[in-house]
Design a protein around this ligand. Structure first.
Ligand SMILES: Cc1cc2nc3c(=O)[nH]c(=O)nc-3n(C[C@H](O)[C@H](O)[C@H](O)COP(=O)(O)OP(=O)(O)OC[C@H]3O[C@@H](n4cnc5c(N)ncnc54)[C@H](O)[C@@H]3O)c2cc1C
Length: 382
């Protein structure tokens, strides 16, 4: 039997950043990751999974000394959002007095950077092994691993993603609403310079985003009800389809690596803490990727929980867990409400006047400097 203060199940971006943020807390921490967590051939190709990391979370990652090398990071200096019937809003980081709205970082570079730092830390990393049972009492949580080991901890944190095994082992019921869409992601090199502009089109039945990567490359996230149609296209056909959907704004596109599709769901657990247990990241909540905020919410869960756990005392103390839940609730609810509301606003057809209203709303906001400033400030996480 091995005893820890905190065992984190899931070493994705959120679990790994939480482990690192707790590394110097004086507590005994274990990070359990089901995959091998090996990061080889990082330089080869471009990861189709990218994140728009907000300035707040860049600071969090820099404090952990886990912000990757800037040479592969893109900058979003401004946004250009088009509605489905002529509406348009453009705003810049400079509207909020900042240099960037967000940075585009590849998943595997960020993960590698976190895991490299973990390798030099006191955190005990257990990789390539999964838990098979979880039980809690008033004083302890116990995990049994598939290799028979039993681990005990004051607190178990579920950071194991949207299909969280930890969540499924508890009484934490979650409402899971599929959007009936998938996010199709792929990277392209483009003929014309992207100008560090993130472009987004609400087409009525889908949402297409082009995010500026390092060099003259873009990362696409196309939220669509017909992912199979896109995934079945040849590289040339996909390039032509994506370029046309974006009105050829960046000229010809060339596909870099394979496209991938992720089903989109809204996950809202009734609670994110229970006896000796807390959820963070996608295990605790998901949002529609139209605002690129999923992992940003998760990093802030990690930052908040780590800050509360810096104080000495029982890591699984019920009052501490309730405080974590309370302090994250509003930010998560607001983001879920905003993204879900925007999604519904632009996907509701056949309501007389609604298309006019949403497009006029976009264009009107575009003409109101204070509102635009608010958009920009919100985007950078003020
Ligand atoms: C198409 C798409 C585009 C997106 N774009 C953005 C964006 O631009 N910006 C943004 O902020 N967010 C974005 N998101 C959301 C983002 O992907 C997630 O919020 C983020 O990956 C969640 O991180 P996580 O660490 O909580 O979970 P995950 O990344 O899912 O990591 C979970 C980890 O747990 C491990 N694991 C799972 N089960 C077990 C188990 N039983 N035992 C041990 N280990 C286990 C897994 O191997 C994995 O390493 C996007 C999502 C989609 C679908």
């Amino acid at each position: 039997m091995t005893q820890y203060d905190v065992i984190i199940v899931g070493g994705g971006l959120v679990g790994a950043s939480l482990a690192l943020a707790l590394a110097d807390s004086g507590r005994k921490i274990a990070l359990l990751e089901g995959s091998d967590a090996r990061f080889e051939d990082l330089e080869q190709g471009w990861d189709a999974r990218i994140y728009a990391v907000s300035p707040l979370n860049r600071r969090f990652l820099e404090q952990l000394q886990a912000w990757p090398d800037m040479s592969r990071i893109g900058t979003i200096a401004s946004m250009d959002v088009c509605g489905d019937a002529g509406g348009r809003i453009q705003f810049s980081a400079s509207d909020a007095g900042a240099s960037a709205l967000a940075w585009i970082v590849e998943n595997r570079w960020l993960l590698a950077s976190l895991w490299q730092r973990l390798a030099d830390s006191p955190v005990q990393c257990l990789t390539g092994v999964r838990p098979v049972s979880l039980s809690t009492t008033a004083s302890m949580a116990c995990l049994t691993l598939e290799d028979g080991r039993a681990l005990h901890a004051s607190l178990v944190v579920g950071a194991d993603g949207a299909n969280s095994w930890v969540r499924s082992q508890t009484e934490l019921a979650a409402s899971i609403k599929p959007y009936g869409q998938s996010g199709v992601v792929a990277n392209f090199s483009c003929e014309k310079p992207h100008g560090n502009i993130a472009r987004q089109w609400f087409t009525g039945d889908s949402i297409l985003a082009w995010l500026p990567m390092a060099g003259n490359r873009i990362s696409m996230v196309w939220s669509t009800a017909k992912p199979d149609e896109l995934m079945a296209l040849s590289a040339e056909q996909l390039c032509a389809r994506v370029a046309a959907a974006g009105n050829h704004q960046l000229g010809h596109l060339r596909l870099l690596g394979a496209a991938a599709a992720f089903p989109l769901r809204l996950i809202q657990p009734e609670a994110v803490v229970s006896q000796r247990l807390a959820l963070v990241g996608d295990a605790a909540h998901t949002v529609h990727p139209l605002a690129g905020q999923g992992v940003n919410l998760g990093f802030q869960d990690a930052a908040k929980l780590a800050a509360l756990l810096q104080a000495p005392g029982d890591a699984g103390d019920w009052m501490l867990l309730r405080r974590y839940e309370r302090e994250r609730r509003e930010a998560v609810k607001t983001m879920q409400f905003t993204c879900d509301g925007l999604y519904r606003l632009f996907h509701t057809q056949h309501v007389p006047g609604l298309s006019w209203l949403r497009n006029t709303g976009l264009s009107l906001t575009n003409r109101l400097a204070p509102l635009k400033r608010q958009f920009a400030r919100h985007a950078i996480g003020f």
